[in-house]
Design a protein. Structure first.
Length: 712
């Protein structure tokens, strides 16, 4: 354990202006506050904040960060208060301690919802001051170093998994690669030590192959190469970490012996021009591995990392990875955002903005809850990246596998929500096309376009997925509100009772809601019935209990636009109705109702394949029929149309549909070949007769190869 004077001297060695008196005061305050508390290892608890401070001092961070590290557990684990810390150390230190304290101890949370909620707190805390994250990462590094002292294997593995899934990717995101490598290795050791030891044994054999240290030999040969070319270069080399090798073996499904480029070398030069000069020397001397060159100098990573990466068949016929950067770039590569808070001739650092952090905050804003936020964030943090450009030349970094939809949402949520098409490098392309490095992307938008639920299946970023889900949730709520409002109005009218939105306020407290729209949504979703609302507003109201039996009751005398949700005979007044998307029932079809818990009744055609799922639950079946007096209502039918690939073919079929007084509400290409295109078209029609007439008219046109009603 580092001693008090050693820590202070270490900080003063790189920051002569550091507040020595405050450092000593923090040391004593923390030591007294923790007193005789012990860690699982048996060491005094105070050894932990002291080691966290030492880890950060090795990174040459400012004195405020070191003081906070010493104090970071005092409010959480001792009787010390934030007011005491504010009086003794000032507002900056108190705010940092408060930021770390608010995170609580993530490693003590076993419930997945609590884990997710704490990660949400972490993102909010670090958005105010990233030093909170630096302290938390150093805290996790020391906790992982002493993980073996926990007797519970389950606890050790849970902490290790959390470290791999959250903390190591965060360390990489902010560019502190030595934190990431150590966290990966310590977690891998706990989760799969047999695999780790096996890889280490093979790496040792490789390094000493033929009785020589192959890494040192390659460094020597590269040094001679640059000496011949009169370029001063600092060269370092290493084998890659066991965890990164294990990941590559799993990803590529290959054995260790089949891997290449498991050795990496770093070249440091004085300026950018020499970076490209060194690259030229390397490429002139050794065969280049195609597709492995990356220029992060001209297009830095979101954490400001800059370097040239290339892979070559180097000395001893070994495939090696080479990174080339300046000494200044190396400072960022080693310490990432921490370099911003390193002592620099007494200059205090100001707050910085990081696009990746803004992205996490946007995901937080759109996610419905902490677990969904954690899901989207893992998606965001785990990916390698591709770099694409707008037509104006703006660089947009995205995870590998991202699509034009992800690109659109990266520009702005409104661009994503209204995206209808894309040009990739000047050519039209499907929205699900994977993007590649250097692609120029031009997004086409339309105010009438809205996100499709199917988008969620192929987007690659958490931001896109969170926005899509938010829009769909909002859209569904709007539909439930409209449906609930209609049901309530009709029920009050049927019972000849006075209705006003103002009167609904009397039931807000009972249902823990805040507006009339909340009431409508509950009714529309089937969470409560309109008659529950009536009985709450009119306690003396009496009505017959209506069982789930076939019964004739027409609730509407006027047509309802779009989905005719109350034109079915045989249902309880006020019950929410939904039409099954598996069979798209239309008036004229024989139908059956299935009671769905919490959402009302779903109407299927009598020959729907999905009815077999309810064969063992006859109590959920309701005999229903169409209300024939509701014939002017519109319902959604689906057509599968195959057309010849001729000019204006699509215009021809849409014109036929329009002339038959049907309305297209959705259209997508199911399949396309050189000669034919197959479309799935959702249309609004009155009944089966209307649909059959439309099908007959389509079949009469020469451009139509085939047309049939689709049940799916």
């Amino acid at each position: 354990m580092i001693r008090q004077f050693e820590l202070v001297e270490k900080v003063k060695s790189y920051d002569p202006t550091a507040d020595e008196e405050a450092l000593n005061r923090a040391y004593v305050f923390s030591m007294r506050a923790h007193g005789a508390q012990k860690r699982a290892s048996g060491d005094l608890y105070f050894s932990h904040p002291l080691e966290v401070a030492n880890i950060l001092a090795e990174m040459k961070l400012d004195d405020a960060t070191i003081i906070t590290a010493l104090l970071h557990d005092t409010v959480e684990d001792t009787t010390a208060t934030l007011d005491e810390i504010r009086k003794l150390f000032g507002h900056e230190i108190a705010n940092l301690v408060n930021g770390v304290t608010k995170l609580t101890q993530l490693e003590l949370q076993s419930n997945s919802t609590k884990q997710a909620e704490n990660f949400r707190k972490l993102v909010l805390a670090m958005s105010n001051d990233l030093r909170v994250l630096l302290i938390k990462l150093a805290d996790r590094v020391h906790n992982m170093r002493t993980l073996s002292y926990f007797t519970s294997e389950e606890k050790r593995k849970r902490i290790a998994r959390e470290t791999l899934e959250i903390y190591a990717p965060l360390a990489e995101r902010i560019g502190i690669h030595h934190f990431k490598d150590e966290l990966d290795d310590l977690a891998f050791k706990e989760l799969n030590n047999d695999a780790r030891e096996s890889i280490l044994t093979r790496l040792h054999y490789l390094e000493q192959e033929g009785g020589r240290n192959i890494v040192e030999n390659i460094i020597t040969e590269l040094g001679e190469l640059f000496k011949e070319n009169n370029l001063s270069v600092n060269i370092a080399g290493r084998v890659k970490s066991p965890y990164s090798i294990w990941n590559k073996m799993r990803r590529k499904n290959v054995a260790f012996e089949q891997l290449s480029d498991i050795m990496a070398f770093r070249l440091l030069v004085d300026n950018v021009a020499e970076c490209y000069q060194a690259l030229g020397i390397i490429h002139n001397a050794y065969p280049v591995v195609p597709g492995r060159f990356k220029d992060f100098i001209s297009t830095p990573k979101p954490n400001n990392y800059q370097s040239l990466h290339t892979s070559v068949i180097g000395p001893h016929k070994q495939r090696i990875e080479i990174q080339i950067r300046t000494y200044g770039m190396h400072q960022i590569a080693e310490y990432g955002v921490a370099a911003h808070w390193q002592y620099k001739e007494g200059v205090k650092s100001s707050k910085m903005d990081y696009p990746w952090l803004k992205s996490l905050l946007e995901i937080l804003e759109h996610a419905s809850g902490p677990e969904e936020f954690l899901e989207h964030t893992k998606l965001e943090m785990f990916q390698d990246q591709v770099f694409c450009f707008t037509p104006a030349g703006e660089l947009i970094p995205l995870p590998r596998g991202a699509t034009p939809i992800d690109f659109a949402y990266a520009i702005h949520s409104e661009v994503g929500n209204h995206c209808v098409g894309v040009k990739i490098n000047g050519r039209m392309a499907p929205l699900r096309t994977p993007l590649h490095n250097g692609d120029q992307i031009e997004i086409t938008t339309s105010k009438s376009q809205t996100p499709s639920p199917s988008w969620e299946r192929f987007v690659g970023t958490g931001k896109a997925r969170a926005n899509i889900r938010k829009f769909i949730r909002t859209q569904q709520r709007s539909q439930f509100i409209d449906l609930g409002r209609s049901i309530l109005h009709k029920s009050f009218l049927h019972e000849k009772l006075e209705f006003s939105e103002k009167s609904l306020e009397r039931i807000f407290e009972k249902y823990k809601i805040h507006s009339a729209e909340d009431v409508y949504a509950l009714v529309g979703e089937g969470q409560i019935t309109s008659y529950e609302v009536i009985r709450n507003l009119y306690p003396d109201f009496q009505t017959k209990e209506i069982p789930f039996t076939p019964e004739t009751m027409r609730l509407s005398k006027k047509p309802r636009d779009k989905e005719s949700a109350v034109s079915i005979k045989g249902l309880i007044p006020g019950m929410a109705i939904h039409y099954a998307r598996c069979c798209h029932p239309l008036p004229g079809d024989q139908i059956i109702g299935i009671v769905m818990t919490g959402t009302g009744v779903t109407i299927h055609t009598i020959n729907c394949d999905n009815l077999k799922n309810y064969a063992e639950e006859p109590e959920r079946w309701i005999d229903v029929t169409w209300d024939q007096t509701e014939s002017q209502n519109v319902h959604t039918g689906r057509l599968l149309i195959t057309v010849a690939n001729k000019t204006n073919a699509l215009a021809t079929i849409t014109t036929i549909i329009s002339k038959q007084n049907a309305n297209i509400i959705n259209l997508k290409i199911a399949h396309r070949s050189e000669l034919l295109s197959e479309f799935i078209i959702d249309i609004e029609v009155h009944d089966t007769e209307h649909l059959e007439n439309l099908i007959a008219n389509l079949r009469m046109n020469s451009v139509v190869n085939a047309v049939e009603r689709s049940r799916g």
